[in-house]
Write a protein that binds this ligand. Sequence first.
Ligand code: ZN
Length: 79
Amino acid sequence: MMTQPPISCEEVIEQLFEYLDKELDDDTNAVIDRHLRHCHDCFSRAEFEKKLRARIAEVGRAKASDRLRQRIEGLIERF
Ligand SMILES: [Zn+2]
């Protein structure tokens, strides 16, 4: 196995969104994975972003179901 060059915190943060979206190639992904296991700062940052995204996704779903409910209520009113 090839030894990957170390990656700086700046590089990790720069690619954090792609990393969380799983848009990176396997090699880059592995390098960031390894950095996060050893770097508490970047790990906390990644965890924070992950939670933030989960929260945003939740809010998005709640809004979608709100709209869906309104549409269903609208349909019911027509009968
Ligand atoms: Zn770091």
